[in-house]
Design a protein around this ligand. Structure first.
Ligand code: SF4
Ligand code: FES
Length: 361
């Protein structure tokens, strides 16, 4: 068992946006009893003792936590590299300056499209202008900036514009991530899954931009595993190098594992060290012993670790099956059918979406 390197600290699931692709759990009401400042302080200290080096402060919208500056300062005092993952709503200049003083190392701002109306429509609230202004503040204060865009049927045709926008604000890195279908995104999959033609066009644009912007801006493109032959090596293997603490103190190997039928582990009742080492939620799929065929005898079993446990559960109801995104999976037909539907001629614009609800209190 290795030490975890990264902690995803989901400080709150409250969020001023209402994106239909959100991967937060559907049962948001179960997470209203958030850890307090003192409890987060202990979590960070225990994470540091465990070997964690990077702390991603996320949500929901982490800026809704009034104690965010204190949490950042605590993480900084422990020597953790801190990354704020934010919509930027609430990142005023004065808040940004406080976070800079507290030692925040990196900022990642999400945007929904390169054109204001489209971005605001997908976010479910007017936000584009404030996001672009916040990006300017981030660069002025000397932070490295990552611009993150979750790609789906309604914005993937805007990739060229998104890259231009990222370049114009001086982003150091842009992350173009095809939607992962968990939480609200799973509920809206039929409306979000792009067509093959859309993906192929986007990939041509990304390749050309990478060539043009080499040495100036890193472009990360997270492919859609629904269209691949093999699944993604999710989290680098279950409970291998990452852990997530949810707003109410539950500990998970990844942010999408809440629905899996595994016993709960919580920092309210146990230490992070014991949870990482011994709790069933961590040990259930660690390593390769749990694997069924065809993974068990597959030469890629330590390349992709059988794919994503959460996706296997979502699609088959059994987290211990081979990820159906793999073409060798006996359940691959489930993915093939979704892809066929996405290429069936409809534009997707007529497929209803249920965005996650906004909630700031
Ligand atoms: Fe990966 Fe399992 Fe598919 Fe092999 S069979 S490629 S290990 S998911
Ligand atoms: Fe949970 Fe892939 S998202 S294992």
């Amino acid at each position: 068992m290795d030490s975890p390197l990264g902690l995803l600290a989901e400080l709150t699931y409250r969020c001023p946006l209402g994106c239909a692709y959100c991967s937060n759990p559907l049962n948001l009401a179960d997470y209203q009893d958030e850890l307090n400042t003192e409890q987060w302080r202990r979590v960070l200290a225990e994470a540091s003792d465990l070997g964690v080096l990077q702390c991603h402060l996320s949500g929901g919208e982490p800026l809704l936590r009034r104690d965010l500056v204190e949490i950042v300062a605590d993480a900084n005092d422990l020597g953790l590299y801190t990354n704020l993952v934010t919509s930027a709503l609430g990142l005023s200049r004065s808040r940004a300056e406080q976070l800079r003083t507290a030692g925040l190392d990196h900022v990642q701002i999400s945007i929904q499209s390169d054109e204001p109306a489209g971005s605001d429509r997908i976010a479910g609230t007017p936000s584009f202008q404030r996001k672009v202004e916040a990006m300017g503040v981030v660069k002025e204060l000397g932070w490295p900036l990552t611009v993150n865009v979750v790609l789906h049927r309604h914005n993937i045709d805007r990739v060229a514009g998104v890259l231009e926008l990222a370049e114009s604000v001086g982003a150091d890195r842009v992350e173009l991530a095809n939607t992962q279908y968990y939480g609200w995104a799973w509920r809206n999959r039929a409306a979000l899954l792009p067509s093959r033609a859309q993906l192929e066009t986007a990939e041509v644009v990304v390749r050309a931009a990478r060539e043009r912007l080499r040495n100036r801006m890193d472009i990360i493109y997270v492919v859609s595993d629904y269209y691949g032959r093999y699944p993604k090596p999710c989290m680098g293997g279950w409970a291998s190098r990452q852990l997530t603490v949810t707003p109410n103190g539950d500990v998970l190997p990844c942010p999408a594992a809440q629905p899996l039928p595994l016993p709960r582990a919580s920092v309210r009742v146990d230490s992070l060290e014991r949870i990482w080492a011994d709790s069933p939620v961590m040990t259930a799929f660690r390593g390769t012993d749990w694997m069924p065929e065809p993974c068990r005898s597959c030469r890629r079993r330590e390349v992709d670790f059988g794919g994503c446990r959460c996706q296997a559960f979502q699609l088959t109801g059994d987290a211990a099956r081979t990820d159906p995104a793999c073409h060798l999976s006996p359940d691959h037909e489930l993915v093939v059918r979704a892809v066929e539907a996405a290429n069936s001629g409809s534009t997707g614009g007529d497929r209803p979406m249920s965005p996650r609800p906004h909630r700031v209190r």
